[in-house]
Design a protein around this ligand. Structure first.
Ligand SMILES: N[C@@H](CCC(=O)N[C@@H](CS)C(=O)NCC(=O)O)C(=O)O
Length: 219
């Protein structure tokens, strides 16, 4: 089995996939996506038309998959199933729901705020960025509320898709919208930071330095 992950180690969504690969113990090669390399980007667009990371190529099966959550669904099945997507349907629903909240209301607004910071002078959208920040704050409240049942991980007592998504995305997004007075969210993020699979993903990113246009988290 040859798995190739087209990604960049600093990418939040790329880390979401590499955390899953490390959790499942699936060996893979990383193909570094470099937006400055036009030939490489043409190859990347051929497998991932929106040029979004990550994309997974399973050469043995002749399959290419992009969209991080679907990549993880595929990887979990490849590893035997029932680990990152729980076998119990209700637990699976919860894992997918937390993944959607993290993705849609933290990851997407976060990426819009960040890409806004790279726009040329005069092209900034302060109103849109404020709305995006408010959406992240609402997601923080939603997650804090959901963690109120005392669960250890995002969707219960086992580490799932929900945690693969949350580990990198929360780590970056809290630099834009602090966790504030949300102790359960902070404690969950502390557990994610200590998880060996995420530590490995952070080690992969370390040689690239800090590329995020935002100050380090203060809370
Ligand atoms: N919905 C996609 C989002 C992926 C995404 O936004 N990836 C970012 C990196 S974190 C990216 O590729 N950005 C490059 C670009 O937009 O040009 C997924 O879940 O895989």
């Amino acid at each position: 089995m040859l798995l190739v992950l087209w990604s960049h180690p600093y990418s939040a969504y790329g880390q979401k996939a590499s955390v899953a690969l490390y959790e499942l113990g699936l060996p893979f090669e990383q193909k570094l996506v470099d937006a400055r390399d036009q030939a490489l980007m043409a190859d990347f667009r051929a497998i991932s038309p929106f040029a979004k990371m990550p994309a997974l190529v399973d050469a043995g099966a002749g399959r290419t998959i992009y969209e991080s959550s679907i990549v993880i669904e595929y990887l979990d099945r490849l590893a035997g199933g029932g680990q990152l997507i729980p076998a119990d349907p209700d637990a699976a629903l919860e894992a997918r729901w937390i993944d959607r909240v993290v993705d849609s209301y933290v990851g997407w607004p976060m990426n819009r705020i960040i890409s806004g910071k790279f726009r040329p002078e005069g092209q900034h959208d302060a109103y849109g960025s404020e709305q995006d920040a408010q959406q992240i704050a609402t997601a923080w409240d939603t997650l804090e509320d959901r963690l109120g049942d005392g669960r250890t991980w995002g969707a219960g007592e086992s580490f799932t898709l929900a945690d693969c998504a949350a580990a990198p995305i929360l780590t970056y997004a809290r630099r834009l919208v602090p966790f504030g007075d949300r102790p359960l969210l902070k404690a969950w993020h502390g557990r994610l930071m200590a998880r060996p699979s995420f530590r490995r993903a952070l080690e992969d990113a370390a040689p690239f330095g800090d590329l995020m246009p935002a100050p380090p988290a203060v809370d």
